[in-house]
Write a protein that binds this ligand. Structure first.
Ligand code: ATP
Ligand code: MG
Length: 607
């Protein structure tokens, strides 16, 4: 038997309490097909927390041969916008595209669902024909779904609740309603006759009443220990245009009413959400159970949110950062928005590995950002093409190298991937090296270039620093060195051992590019701990822009490729989150995804 590990073999599918339940339901044959959904409200851009939910919902559908719907949970006309709808679709597509080709081990189980794939790629999507139970007309919809497409059905269900004596129109002010619910008192309108409720609700819908004057409430239990059951609101008046339904409606269902019914209409089996909805679950069940619905009811399951350290994950607070101009926009590579993460150069494979790797539990805890960065480095180390680039250049003259001569040296594209091959890099008499790789007064154990010292230039010669040239102000402007011309590969001194190896570019052949050096946006693990304003813990060094010298092959850099600038970090070509180049900046721009090592961990150890 061979001990070799088969890297191509899928890893076991992830296992957690939700998947265990789904597996049990599959074993019991409880549903003909597993059906999940990812239901963002289009009131902002998706962030890394949503990535966890996307991977969980689409992942379960994928592993159990089921289906996952992307649904815009758009019941609030005043906060939602088409721009967000489009970005959500783009972000979800980016995160799950090509999933089937990866080796994450998310193996499909069971029979393939009898679905048409929406775009030929994701067969775990489905465009269902919704059976409304309310009329002859079935709704034919395609992805993404919109809760607002169900407003007609949801309204009809509200009417049914009124008819059953389970909902009433309440005329109290919002403040009174809050106060009555808090103190467990019944509304004076609670026992309105059904006919009066039907009439008032019809007039609410017809636009007769101004905003805030009346609501539809469920009649459940005014003194229930769970405040969500104290005659909660089902519908409110909002004379506002909706991004998807226009001016068609002036009454809008509340989240709790619309969500369970949208799940039911789409045939969702497992409605998975975060823990804050646990207290809403009795209401979710009450609504569905009160309507005498003929088909199987969906059930809600809750898990703990992803809270990564050194990040803010709340759409509202992210909006505040953008609006305060503290970042360049939604797709600023320092933000944990999926658009920012994508622009930073993180691949969907790395983000999925992280989002799945953190696991699914009921325990709320902060996830160390180092885990996220580790997943990114693992991924980029495998795929990144190695290149030579100098971020903060200082000139080096090789005095014993002929003026005007150029030679092409072999450089390895990716030591982790033999098939990536080699390329030529030009060498000449004038070079740039990193300013940091020279020290006039070196600290102990300094193995880079120093006066009289030697260092190896990667893929090239060993050089010795003979002379340090300074300007009138005493700044080092040039290093004059001699090369051991027998020390390159194939030469008589090729094997000569030298402690330090540094990177370089040929001055005549390198080209200038803008390089944006991104770092963590916040200095504190929990930017808001101890009641702090998160704006006060912004990292002042989260972005440094340099004009770097890059080896000529990078002129052909492509957005799809990932690069490692040797000894410096992982970089990518900048592509704004909407996929369109920055109009005012036609130059090639590179973004640093991450440094090669976790410099923050080192800092923490030191202090
Ligand atoms: P935010 O607080 O950022 O506005 P939200 O929960 O209001 O987030 P929704 O658009 O309602 O955002 O979220 C869509 C889905 O993503 C929901 O099912 C929600 O539970 C889930 N989700 C949101 N944030 C996280 C997170 N940090 N970790 C895991 N899942 C999340
Ligand atoms: Mg929300």
């Amino acid at each position: 038997m061979s001990n070799a590990i088969d890297l191509a073999a899928p890893l076991p599918a992830p296992s957690d309490f939700i998947r265990d339940l789904v597996a049990q339901h599959v074993a019991e044959g409880r549903y003909s097909r597993i059906h999940t959904r990812f239901p963002p409200e289009p009131n902002g851009y998706l962030h890394i927390g949503h990535a966890k939910s996307i991977c969980l919902n689409f992942g379960i559908a994928r592993e159990f041969g089921g289906v996952c719907n992307l649904r815009m949970d758009d019941t609030n006309p005043t906060k939602e916008e088409v721009e967000y709808v489009e970005s959500i679709q783009r972000d979800v597509d980016w995160l799950i595209a090509g999933w089937a080709d990866t080796k994450l081990g998310l193996k499909r189980k069971g029979a393939a669902p009898a679905t048409q794939s929406v775009n030929g790629k994701h067969d775990f999507h489905l465009a269902p024909v919704l059976k409304t139970d309310l009329g002859p007309q079935a709704l034919e919809l395609s992805e993404p779904f919109f809760a607002s497409d169900y407003f007609v059905q949801i309204h009809a269900y509200a009417v049914r609740l009124i008819e059953k004596g389970l909902a009433f129109v309440c005329d109290m002010t919002p403040e009174q309603t809050d106060e009555f619910r808090r103190t467990g008192q019944a509304s004076p309108f609670r026992n309105r006759p059904v006919a009066e409720n039907l009439d008032l609700f019809a007039r609410m819908k017809a636009g007769v009443f101004p905003d805030g004057t009346r609501v539809l409430r469920a009649k459940i239990d005014v003194a229930a220990p769970n405040i969500w059951l104290r005659d909660p609101l089902l519908y409110r008046i909002r004379h506002a245009e909706h991004h998807h339904t226009g001016a068609q409606w002036c009454i809008y269902p509340m989240y709790d009413f619309a969500h369970c019914l949208s799940d039911y209409l789409e045939g969702i089996t497992h409605s998975i959400c975060t823990l804050e909805f646990e207290v809403h679950r009795p209401l979710y069940d009450w609504i569905l159970e009160s309507l005498d619905l003929p088909r199987a009811l969906p059930h809600q399951y809750e898990f703990a949110k992803l809270i990564p350290s050194h990040m803010i994950v709340s759409k509202r607070k992210l909006i505040a950062l953008v609006e305060a101009g503290l970042v360049s926009g939604w797709d600023d590579p320092r933000l944990p928005t999926l658009s920012g993460i994508r622009r930073r150069g993180v691949t969907p494979e790395a983000l999925r590995a992280f989002a799945i790797g953190v696991g699914v539990t009921k325990f709320v805890s902060v996830t160390d950002i180092a885990l996220y960065e580790h997943a990114i480095r693992e991924d980029l180390n495998k795929r990144a093409l190695r290149r030579l680039a100098v971020l903060r250049p200082i000139k080096v003259i090789i005095t014993n190298y002929p003026v005007g001569q150029t030679e092409e040296l072999d450089a390895t594209n990716n030591p982790e991937d033999e098939t990536a091959g080699k390329r030529k890099v030009p060498f000449s008499r004038e070079l740039f090296i990193e300013r940091d790789d020279f020290a006039e007064v070196p600290p102990p154990k300094y193995f880079r270039l120093k006066p009289g010292g030697e260092v190896r230039l990667k893929y090239a010669f060993i050089i010795k620093c003979d002379e340090v040239v300074k300007d009138a102000a005493g700044h080092v402007v040039e290093l004059r060195c001699t090369a051991d011309l027998d020390s390159r590969t194939g030469g008589a001194n090729a094997a000569r051992k030298i402690k330090g190896t540094i990177h370089w570019v040929s001055a005549a052949h390198a080209f200038d590019a803008e390089v944006r050096l991104y770092d963590r946006l916040f200095t504190e693990a929990e930017p808001e701990a101890d009641g702090r304003d998160y704006k006060a813990t912004l990292n002042p060094r989260s972005l440094e822009v340099v004009s770097a010298k890059l080896e000529p092959s990078l002129m052909q850099a492509t957005p799809a490729a990932r690069y490692q600038f040797e000894r410096l970090g992982y970089f990518c070509v900048d592509v704004p989150g909407n996929g369109k180049p920055e109009t005012q900046n036609p130059k090639l721009v590179f973004n640093r995804t991450l440094t090669l090592k976790d410099t923050w961990a080192k800092e923490a150890q030191r202090s």
